[in-house]
Write a protein that binds this ligand. Structure first.
Ligand SMILES: [Zn+2]
Length: 363
């Protein structure tokens, strides 16, 4: 719980500048590609022949230039591959969370202004719960620099949306809809620790960096599409198709892998703070039973469940968390936390299903 500090790293890019450059570079690639096509189409056959001959004569020059550019780009990429705090996973980063701090504070102010009339007062019991849990997590994990160097804030919004998110600056925003689903401090800890992990692991900077990299990589195919596909309409359809492929093959599995990483680190943070880590599993179990009830009644997931839609399926999460439970409990034991009471998992499921039947029939 200290004021965030800045690390001077001159090789990182300014995120605001990038926000302007990203769409501009795409437009430029489209214009260059389309311009080439129009120019080629208007060229007489003789001049086309001359152009091809020029290319063939200078092919080594062009190939050499491309190879040089390729090597320089690869060196730049390699230079920006750094290990993730805590997990050591190597990833491409062009800016740091510190750089995102200002942007993030601005985003926070914007988000909060939408809900200005719904902010829960400081003395609201829900605010106290999240603060209490958050402080316990921070105290127990103060050996993690990325955690204690942030100035954490907690904001509760009196809205039924099932959501909770954190900004790179350390601002945690929790909605009443999510709080209503959490039965005890241990479950609140599971959600808050997950969100804190996103901030500690600098997932926002990583996602932006990766988006930037993919944007650069897509510039060439984009220019090629607009240069070689004979009509604007077809080029537009192809571009849309390319975007969908990138989304399904690259963005979705990747964002899910970040969620799993945050779940895993979150479980460790909660274990170190002596929370009952089994409640994380119980919470996801409950969420997946809720999914089934919703499916049975022919309903689709609520549209406002933003926190859930970008995440892996609830049952999958529970399974992954269960697989790490033994390790989490051994962290608790290592930290000399009070022993957990024995529980019969089958009994738990029965209680849970009964509770949910009551909840769903009464709502
Ligand atoms: Zn998440």
């Amino acid at each position: 719980m200290a004021v965030s500090f800045n690390i001077f790293r001159p090789r990182y890019i300014n995120p605001i500048l990038l926000a302007v450059l990203r769409p501009l570079s795409k437009v430029a690639a489209i214009l260059v590609g389309r311009g080439f096509r129009k120019w080629w189409q208007s060229l007489p056959a003789k001049k086309r022949e001359l152009f091809i001959q020029h290319l063939l004569r200078n092919k080594y020059k062009y190939l050499g230039g491309s190879a040089l550019l390729g090597t320089a780009s690869y060196t730049y990429y390699e230079d920006h591959v750094v290990p993730t705090p805590l997990t050591g996973r190597r990833r491409f980063m062009v800016f740091t969370s510190d750089q995102l701090h200002t942007v993030s504070r601005h985003t926070y102010a914007e988000e909060i202004s939408q809900y200005a009339h719904l902010l829960m007062p400081e003395n609201h019991p829900m605010v106290s719960v999240v603060k209490r849990v958050g402080n316990r997590l921070l105290q127990a994990n103060k050996n993690i620099p990325q955690l204690y160097t942030k100035y954490w804030t907690v904001t509760l919004i009196d809205d039924p949306t099932v959501n909770c998110f954190v900004l790179p600056s350390g601002d945690i925003v929790m909605f009443r809809g999510m709080m209503d689903l959490l039965e005890n401090d241990d479950q609140v800890a599971a959600v808050v620790a997950h969100e804190m992990s996103h901030a500690v692991l600098e997932h926002a900077s990583e996602q932006l960096s990766r988006g930037y990299l993919l944007d650069v990589l897509i510039l060439l195919p984009l220019a090629v599409i607009w240069a070689f596909i004979p009509s604007d309409g077809l080029a537009l359809v192809t571009q849309w198709f390319l975007n969908q492929v990138v989304k399904v093959l690259l963005h979705l599995p990747y964002s899910r892998s970040l969620e799993e990483e945050a779940d895993s680190v979150g479980l460790q943070l909660a274990a170190k703070a002596c929370f009952d880590v089994r409640e994380a599993s119980a919470f996801w179990g409950k969420m997946s039973v809720l999914d089934k009830i919703r499916e049975k009644s022919g309903g689709s997931p609520p549209e406002d469940a933003a926190w859930l839609s970008t995440h892996p399926s609830n049952i999958e999460r529970q399974e992954k968390i269960d697989a790490q439970m033994e390790e989490a409990i051994s962290i608790r034991n290592f930290c000399q936390c009070p022993q957990l009471e024995e529980r019969d998992p089958r009994q738990m499921v029965k209680i849970l299903q009964k509770q949910l039947t009551i909840t769903s029939s009464s709502s």
